[in-house]
Write a protein that binds this ligand. Sequence first.
Ligand code: SF4
Ligand code: SF4
Length: 253
Amino acid sequence: MDSTHFDCTGCGKCCTDLRLPLTFPEAVLWIERGGQVDLLCEALPWPVEPAADNAYAAYKRRRTFAASSGELPIRVGMTLAATFSGPCPNLGKDLRCGIYAQRPLVCRVYPAEINPFFALKPEFKLCPQEAWQAPTPFALDGVLVDAVTRDAIDASRRADEGSVEMKRALCERLGLDQAAVANEGFVIVTPERTRLLEALIEVQNDACAPGASERSWTFVSNRRATVDTLIQVGALGVMDVDASRESRQYIGL
Ligand code: SF4
Ligand code: SF4
């Protein structure tokens, strides 16, 4: 049996220089505590519905909303992300989390994976080697042993799926209509904090009915071939973000 052992050493490396995915309530709390929240936008061409037994496509579908880019049907994913350079504003000098009981779900999950299609690979994690040499079993044959982490992963996935219509409504309210091609990068939008806080609260209080985005979205890519291909199939594609309306940037992976 393949076993992974892990115990957090409290080194604090996973609390530095992050874009930390947040749920809606976590994003509200983060801003209210004085933090910055960005919106990370990506999109997938979705010309036809994939086969029902395509588990990866079904996973993506549950986490994205329908939209169009020119003539091309697409699905858009948006992630709310707490953004900071250097140590997290909640990280104490003793490397302890200052909001431990209220820390975001994603902080409770690390170093495990939320995406069921990603295997846990210690070599891709920030944890020091000694953390992986602990006697505590963490995963057996790829299945997490730790029930608390499993519960946090389940809660994170439920929150992600359950907030898709709110994400669509938030994008509409903030006028977002540019997204990176999924797996190539992200369009990162940094709305003014008060405006974003108001929009988050309004969207959470509204009953967001299922539906498609009313906007025609534009793909952004730093790859000429990607943009040309998208335009050939009737989509809208550009090589850079429209930074004229608010703070936007493109980050390629
Ligand atoms: S909220 Fe706490 S656990 Fe999460 S990154 Fe910040 S200091 Fe680390
Ligand atoms: S990087 Fe790993 S060992 Fe270090 S604090 Fe984060 S989870 Fe713990």
